[in-house]
Design a protein around this ligand. Structure first.
Ligand code: SF4
Length: 267
């Protein structure tokens, strides 16, 4: 049997197991049956905030709206294909940029899922996971790395050979709104960079190229899983600047019974 077909059959079997698991009722925190990569990233920003989102619902903010719009623009000009066609293309002779490809894998005894902005494949090998963030800071925060590395773990657990895999975190000015020019420049930069770690400044963005490191990713996942398996309570951030611009600061102070920041410190 072709490798792509065998891998796809494995994924279909996993999807069936996932459906059955979900119908039986999730055993993870908040009754969840799957842990999503973006939630793990939020844990590394502030785990308490993730808990607040679940308890009080997501609050719309301008920054989130700009980010959503920019991410929608990233898929402009893309062609929707069925899963079987995508797998055939991934294992073909031509490179493929898979946008928002749904990933699902088993990690230890839990299901992990995620949808990376883009994955570049060549002859069945995932070569680069592209993760776009829209922020003026230009900084690749630890939570961005955790999210991208979780996608890499997922690709590996789905049966892909990740020995050549890099991930590129693109921190772009929100004004670019994920424009086509930005995407083209990013791809050119990353491809001409080749297989090495580097930081590139391009117009309106900084691109961080990193080799996937399974050991680091596993360490981060182990910490994140403790929360989902209810072995510990949510940990609040100690960064007062995050609290100062947090949409849940009132709820958070109510639940912890403490003032997490002083208004004097807000800059
Ligand atoms: S107020 Fe601070 S600790 Fe509380 S959820 Fe927001 S960022 Fe986290």
């Amino acid at each position: 049997m072709d490798k792509w077909r065998a891998q796809l059959e494995g994924l279909n079997a996993l999807l069936e197991a996932f459906r059955q698991n979900r119908e039986a009722g999730g055993r993870l925190r908040f009754g969840r049956s799957v842990i999503v990569a973006s939630d793990i990233a939020t844990q590394f920003y502030c785990e308490k905030k993730l808990e607040m989102e679940h308890l009080h619902g997501e609050v719309e903010t301008e920054a989130k709206n700009v980010g959503t719009e920019a991410h929608e623009n990233l898929t402009e000009d893309s062609v929707k294909v069925k899963r079987e066609q995508l797998w055939k293309d991934i294992y073909s002779d031509k490179p493929v940029f898979a946008l928002e490809m749904p990933l699902l894998g088993k990690y230890r005894d839990v299901f992990l899922a995620g949808k990376p902005d883009c994955v570049l494949f060549a002859r069945g090998f995932p070569l680069v996971v592209f993760e776009y963030k829209f922020s003026r800071s230009g900084v690749a925060y630890p939570s961005y790395h955790v999210q991208a590395q979780t996608y890499c773990v997922l690709l590996e657990n789905m049966g892909f050979d990740t020995s050549k895999l890099f991930y590129a975190i693109v921190v772009a000015d929100p004004r670019t709104r994920g424009s086509r020019e930005l995407r083209q420049q990013v791809v050119q930069t990353v491809i001409s960079n080749g297989a090495k770690e580097a930081v590139h400044s391009i117009d309106d963005a900084t691109v961080y190229c990193n080799k996937f490191n399974r050991v680091n990713a596993e360490k981060d996942l182990a910490w994140a899983l403790e929360f989902w398996k209810q072995s510990r309570e949510a940990q609040p951030t100690s960064n007062q600047n995050k609290c100062a611009r947090c949409e849940y600061q009132n709820h958070c102070r109510d639940s912890t019974g403490q003032t997490l920041f002083s208004n004097d410190n807000i800059c």
